[in-house]
Design a protein. Structure first.
Length: 129
């Protein structure tokens, strides 16, 4: 088994945008490209409310979550102060324009993380008339 899984070409990722990588287990991985052609990969889940970071706005080495505008560092996955929290990052290799992610990390890293379920809160004490 190869140490690296080819994902796409750098040019396949929009400048200041992202691509999602589906995994056999766990949430998708978001692969980002900034305006300096640097490539980063994070779990596609904001540490705040689970928003899809792949749909956020990329600026510099950060992404703004589309739900509540939290700023997440692309290098670390860390939320910018005053917000707190971190989303898992993934190792990225770019060689001759080919973007690859660590095969081991894709298979095992953060596979236990889930996205919050939206919808009304239910309670056994709720009574409808």
């Amino acid at each position: 088994m190869s140490d690296w899984t080819p994902i796409c070409r750098v040019d396949d990722i929009p400048v200041l945008g992202s691509r999602r990588v589906t995994r056999a287990q766990g949430l998708d991985v978001a692969v980002f490209r900034n305006d300096a052609n640097e490539v980063f990969a994070l779990l596609d889940r904001c540490p705040h409310k689970g928003g899809p970071l792949s749909q956020g706005i990329v600026f510099g080495t950060s992404v703004a979550c589309p739900l509540h505008n939290w700023t997440i560092g692309l290098c670390t996955g860390q939320a910018a102060a005053p917000d707190e929290g971190c989303t898992p990052k993934f190792a990225v290799k770019v060689e001759d324009g080919q973007v690859s992610l660590s095969a081991a990390e894709l298979a095992t890293h953060a596979i236990d993380q889930t996205r919050p379920i939206a919808g009304p809160k239910t309670s056994a004490s709720c009574v409808t008339a």
